[in-house]
Design a protein. Sequence first.
Length: 83
Amino acid sequence: MAEQQVSKEEQIGFHKGALATLAKEREEMVKILQIVEQLMQAHLKGLKDLGVDLEAEAKKAAEIMKKAQEEKKPGEDIAHRLG
């Protein structure tokens, strides 16, 4: 069976086109991440304004995770323990 030969110029064009497309995709992903970060910050601020101690919540979650690992039951109903 004869293999189709692709010229060096065609290969270069293919790779350049792929990189251009991927660069645009990356730019869009960064925009999405920025929007998500802004929304998360808004929700964090809302919780803080409502008096939720986020540091205490994070420490509680870390303690639960540590205890679950010590019991060799990682991930065991952690959501239930957080209450």
